[in-house]
Design a protein around this ligand. Structure first.
Ligand SMILES: Nc1ncnc2c1ncn2[C@@H]1O[C@H](COP(=O)(O)OP(=O)(O)OP(=O)(O)O)[C@@H](O)[C@H]1O
Ligand SMILES: [Mg+2]
Length: 359
């Protein structure tokens, strides 16, 4: 779902900008501190309802300004332009408008604007704890399984209630009624996640071998509790331990994606540039898989494109992104770093002191 236009107001150092976009590559070129990442952050906010750099809205709203706006127009599957917008106030209140209708939920933003962000710290997906990898899996399941969002929300609610009950319960009987529904939801989430990773692996394998031909990469989904046991049995068996901890230890909220190269965890083998390429491969695979299942295109946001990558690897990534046919936003300090990627359908924007001008 490419954006044909992007308008940003009072967002970090960007007072106001209005960009008419390419449905292919959009380059943002400018010196340090000029506002390149802020433009990407604004697009990200349009798809996620929040920033990827700060959870505090007040830090994203321009200093001294009362609120921020990000508006855009995206092309729907019939190639009609649909307006989309988000407004955030200093008190944290948010308004979302899609197709002229206000009061829309953040999940609807995500639904119409699937985004993939690749930024310089993106390799944390591979090196940090499992939280980011669960988010990675759930991005895919959210976009391909229509019931996932509601089921996940119900699971979270019930799990919270269970954790509260664990603090006072004396026998398992007090929990067993709740655990029945919780288990059905947990098994469903596990089933969707497992299926998604099986499918994604097929798409990711050739991209990984294109980017990192010297390594044999494997993805293995871990569901968050032992393989042989159904979830309800596990909950009953773990009652004493969970009571002592005051929360449910095992379950879908402990799921992970274990990624290995030549049977060793990736973070022990790959260099930083290779880790970045691996993350790019996984994210491009998610986008391709989404398109093949639903016909939807995701938008790629690539911040500081050149960091960690040599020119041969940059070229490989650029070719791969071009082949997806998706809309791509790329930030870079110099034009030289993106010269290989420029084509007739691309647009270049110069960013300086928060002003964005088409070049
Ligand atoms: N709330 C805010 N109001 C005004 N300016 C802000 C706010 N938050 C951050 N800034 C400033 O916005 C500028 C833009 O930062 P941004 O990270 O977008 O730059 P960049 O072009 O990506 O730089 P780099 O090449 O170093 O990554 C910075 O100078 C920063 O100090
Ligand atoms: Mg930046």
């Amino acid at each position: 779902m490419p954006l044909s236009r992007l308008m940003v107001h009072q967002f970090r150092n960007i007072k106001a900008c209005d960009m008419s976009l390419s449905s292919g590559f959009n380059f943002l070129i400018g010196p340090n501190g000029s506002g390149k990442t802020s433009v990407l952050e604004a697009v990200y906010m349009l798809g996620h309802g929040r920033s990827f750099r700060s959870s505090v809205t007040g830090r994203v709203i321009q200093n001294e300004a009362p609120e921020l706006f990000v508006h855009g127009k995206f092309l729907n599957s019939d190639q009609f332009e649909v307006p989309i917008g988000i407004n955030k106030q200093r008190d944290g209140s948010t308004e979302v408008k899609i197709g002229g209708q206000s009061g829309q939920k953040l999940a609807q933003l995500a639904q119409v604007m699937p985004l993939q962000l690749i930024h310089p710290d993106g390799f944390e997906l591979l090196t940090d704890g499992p939280k980011q990898r669960r988010a990675f899996i759930d991005w895919g399941v959210f976009h391909t399984e229509p019931q996932f969002y509601d089921v996940w929300m119900r699971f979270r609610r019930l799990n919270k209630q269970r954790n509260a009950l664990l603090k006072t319960a004396t026998t398992y009987r007090e929990l067993s009624f709740w655990d029945k529904e919780l288990s059905v939801l947990a098994e469903l989430i596990d089933h969707w996640r497992g299926d998604y990773i099986t499918q994604l692996t097929q798409v990711a394998k050739p991209i990984c071998s294109n980017f990192l031909p010297e390594f044999d990469i494997t993805l293995k989904y871990y569901r968050g509790w032992e393989k042989e046991t159904d979830y309800q049995t596990l909950l009953e068996r773990s009652f004493d331990r969970d009571c002592a901890l005051g929360y449910t230890f095992s379950g879908p909220n402990k799921a992970d994606l274990r990624i290995k190269v030549n049977s060793t965890p990736v973070e022990d083998v790959l260099s930083r540039g290779q880790l970045k390429l691996m993350v790019c491969a996984l994210r491009v695979a998610q986008g391709q898989h989404l398109t093949s299942l639903t016909g939807k295109q995701c938008i790629y946001l690539i911040d500081d494109f050149a960091s960690e990558l040599d020119s041969a690897r940059r070229k490989r990534l650029a070719v791969c992104l071009k082949e997806t046919g998706a809309q791509v936003f790329v930030s870079s300090i110099t034009e030289g770093q993106i010269s290989d990627m420029r084509g007739s359908d691309s647009k270049l924007f110069h960013v300086e002191h928060g002003a964005v001008e088409q070049g």
